[in-house]
Design a protein around this ligand. Structure first.
Ligand SMILES: [Zn+2]
Length: 282
């Protein structure tokens, strides 16, 4: 089973404008139009069996509404192959009960995004969410490192991730983008051995510009295959989850990039689906 642990879709009515806005901010190329329909077409073309959608609440008032949509998406998951995490915003007053509602609805975890939510990951408002998620056995996936669309924000750099991990009780934490986008050396130095999971999204090989001339070729570089494989071994292949960040990468191409890495067949199987199956479907 191939599982993409990191994808984004938007409601039909706003997909085009949401993808456009993000593309404008990040200067990167979208590979779908942001709808579930095109994600499903991409999965068929790539041979991806299940995709996990990670919704981000950029304002507290969106939380319940977005989680209602996540619950509906999961209800159809068996037939569509598209599943969803819930969301949480650090300023949402009803966080305590809402996390319990998410868990009761059978959602396996939540997504948080410090740069878009403009709060440091080690802020008490996130720590209480991490603590509560741990109690409820909800996974937490967070954006980690810098953000391509908000390059000046440092809300989720590895030192803040580590400080938060040390401050809270046990919680299963997934750090997107190999532990810290464009902070990969610090991520390796500070976060290896902490038991965190990493997703592989938007990290391997050069990124794809949207053609507006903003980036020089050098500025598109991310992790090369050898460094990437080194990080897999450092964190353990049983703690790495294949993710693409679709629409911001092409699922088929990302799959081929992972398959071409200098790793064993078993390591690749763990990364491409087995680890995710254990976390999401067991
Ligand atoms: Zn993402």
């Amino acid at each position: 089973m191939i599982v993409d642990f990191h994808t984004h879709t938007f409601p039909e009515a706003i997909a085009a404008s949401a993808v456009d806005k993000l593309q404008f901010a990040s200067h990167t190329h979208p590979f779908t139009d942001g709808t579930v329909a095109q994600l499903r077409a991409s999965m068929t073309a790539a041979g991806v069996d299940a995709s996990l959608v990670l919704p981000v609440a950029t304002a507290a008032r969106q939380v319940e509404h977005v989680n209602d949509a996540s619950i509906r998406m999961n209800d159809r998951g068996k037939e569509t192959g598209v599943y969803s995490f819930g969301c949480m915003h650090p300023d949402f007053a009803g966080w305590h009960e809402e996390l319990a509602r998410i868990a009761r609805a059978g959602i396996r975890g939540i997504k948080i995004h410090p740069p878009y939510q403009q709060v440091d990951f080690d802020d008490p408002r996130y720590l209480r969410i991490l603590e509560r998620a741990g109690e409820l056995k909800l996974l937490v996936i967070t954006h980690a490192g810098l953000d391509v669309g908000l390059p000046e924000r440092r809300d989720a750099v590895p030192e803040k991730l580590l400080r938060a991990l040390r401050a809270v009780g046990p919680v299963q934490l997934v750090l997107a983008h190999m532990g810290g986008w464009r902070c990969w050396q610090e991520a390796a130095r500070l976060l290896a051995g902490t038991g965190v999971y990493l997703d592989t999204s938007f990290s391997l090989g050069p990124m794809t510009a949207n053609g507006d001339g903003y980036y020089t070729p050098d500025a598109l570089e991310r992790l090369d295959g050898e460094t990437f494989a080194g990080m897999v071994r450092l964190f353990g292949a049983d703690h790495i989850l294949f993710g693409t960040d679709s629409p911001w990468e092409d699922q088929k191409r990302e799959l081929a990039k992972i398959r071409a890495l200098p790793l064993t067949g078993e390591e690749k199987e763990n990364i491409l689906g087995r680890n995710a199956e254990k976390l999401l479907f067991s």
